[in-house]
Ligand binder design. Structure first.
Ligand code: GRG
Length: 292
């Protein structure tokens, strides 16, 4: 299976789990409709894919890892809903669809996000996913990727620095938390359920760190070079909010060179796994070359 088909396969498995967990009939139906709108509107499903592929590098295939992957995507989707709110980025388009607050209401969007975040931890704790220790470790990995040392902290600083000059180190510190932490946790959770060794966890955490940063640099570049129809979200949004970005500090070529070099570092971390890591290698290249 090539990478495009493998991503589609992961997406359809994870979407089937969403459909079971949150059927349209789940009360209150207006809340479920908002959650389903956000969850089922497409999306590349990079985080679930990372979780499943990290798991598969170490352990034989298992259906239950897709449930863990779905929990991670629920947190990601939550963060997108809240990120789009008028109080944050105030965007009206996401994954080519109206954002949740535009299609429903601001209060529904806040609550749909809250519900997805809470539900994600419930799902990750399901007994069939693994041992109690693996589930606790995974819950803690996900929680710490969300908290002040992760997404919320990164988002807070991202807002605090709007319109202000930022050094390259400060910008990296924001991106590593805001975007990188959940990508790293996706790999970490896959490895935790696979029973990976500390050595494997360290090597793959290096991979995840590098693709996480490269991912955000490419996101910054696409905000400048992409168009709204292809991105499925408004292009030029960073400029509008006067955000510090990699292209702003290093220029488009400089930013691209950084992403290329981080992708090479990520792939170097996979070298000990040889052919077994070909999927993760391909993913690193795809994230560098992506157009949305
Ligand atoms: C409590 C978890 C938590 C977060 C609240 C709103 C917020 C604080 C943080 C925002 C985090 C955020 C939205 C970062 C942007 C990351 C990013 C580049 C998202 C786009 O990811 P893709 O390209 O999107 O994987 P698709 O649509 O393909 O899933």
């Amino acid at each position: 299976m090539n990478l495009a088909d493998a991503l589609i396969d992961t997406a359809s498995r994870v979407e089937a789990i969403f459909d079971t967990l949150i059927p349209a009939t789940l009360e209150p139906v207006e809340l479920s409709a908002a959650m389903r709108h956000a969850l089922l509107a497409g999306g590349k499903r990079i985080r679930p894919y990372l979780c499943v592929e990290a798991y598969s590098l170490i352990a034989p295939a298992s259906d239950s890892i897709y449930t863990a992957a779905a929990a991670i995507e629920m947190v990601h989707t939550f963060s997108l809903i809240h990120d789009d709110l008028p109080a944050l980025d105030n965007d009206d388009l996401r994954r080519g669809q109206p954002t949740v607050h535009v299609k429903f209401s601001e209060s529904t969007a806040i609550l749909a996000g809250d519900a997805l975040l809470a539900m994600a931890f419930d799902v990750l704790g399901q007994p069939h996913l693994g041992t109690a220790e693996q589930r606790i470790d995974s819950v803690r990995l996900l929680a710490s990727a969300c908290g002040p040392a992760g997404m919320v902290g990164g988002q807070m600083d991202d807002i605090a620095y709007e319109g202000k000059p930022l050094s390259a180190d400060q910008l990296q510190h924001i991106h590593v938390r805001k975007t990188g932490a959940l990508l790293e946790a996706s790999v970490g959770i896959g490895l935790t359920f696979a029973g990976a060794s500390l050595d494997d966890k360290e090597r793959l955490s290096r991979y995840a760190h590098c693709i996480g940063l490269a991912f955000q640099i490419v996101d910054d570049i696409l905000d400048v070079t992409g168009d709204t129809a292809t991105l499925g979200k408004p292009a030029g949004s960073d400029l509008g909010l006067d955000k510090a970005t990699y292209p702003k500090i290093f220029g488009l070529d400089g930013a691209l060179q950084m992403a290329v070099s981080l992708t090479a570092d990520a792939k170097a971390a996979l070298a000990p796994y040889g052919e077994k890591a070909s999927r993760l290698n391909e993913l690193a290249d795809y994230l560098l070359m992506r157009t949305h």
